[in-house]
Design a protein around this ligand. Structure first.
Ligand code: SME
Length: 166
């Protein structure tokens, strides 16, 4: 894609990473930790309008919606790997940044207000075990700084993967 290579992430992202780290550490169990992590991201950044975690199910063929926070529930609670922007990121293991969802034929619509999206795989030993999905109401809301920051967040989330896969 045509996004410039990010320079050192702004300090604000370092603070936010500490916020997420603390939210996870203080949670009583992994499910609560995931919920607190998405809430911390949503509350910290105004352009993170809807924030959710999808986990790869035990069969390795589907993404199942885990914790999320945002203005509305999505109908896409189960997404086959390879389908949609979420499924593409899970299949490739690479972060997807979509500046204009209406211009991307892969896009699975959830909210009429969404204009752009970022999906960041959660990796565990090189294997995709889940992903962070964030939707924005502005065109091109996300850049490489978001990507690098969220990839660090994803590393914190990997141990929270539910063993049941749901
Ligand atoms: N837009 C995603 C589907 C998930 S919703 O954004 C919550 C996609 O195209 O895969």
């Amino acid at each position: 894609m045509s996004h410039p290579v990010a320079e050192e992430p702004p300090a604000v992202h370092g603070d936010a990473l500490n916020l997420v780290r603390a939210a996870i550490a203080e949670a009583p169990d992994p499910a609560a930790a995931g919920q607190r992590a998405v809430e911390a991201l949503h509350d910290r950044f105004a352009h993170y309008d809807w924030v959710g975690i999808y986990w790869v199910d035990p069969s390795g063929t589907q993404l199942h919606l885990g914790p999320w926070v945002g203005p509305a529930a999505t109908e896409h609670t189960v997404i086959p790997i390879g389908v949609g922007i979420c499924g593409a990121a899970a299949a490739s293991g690479r972060t997807e940044i979509v500046d204009d969802v209406d211009a991307d034929p892969r896009y699975l619509a959830c909210f009429t207000s969404t204009r752009s999206e970022i999906v960041v795989p959660i990796l565990d030993g090189g294997e995709v075990v889940g992903e962070i999905d964030i939707d924005g109401t502005d065109l091109a809301a996300y850049d490489e700084t978001d990507a690098r920051f969220l990839e660090e967040v994803a590393a914190l989330l990997a141990p929270l993967r539910p063993r049941s896969g749901s």
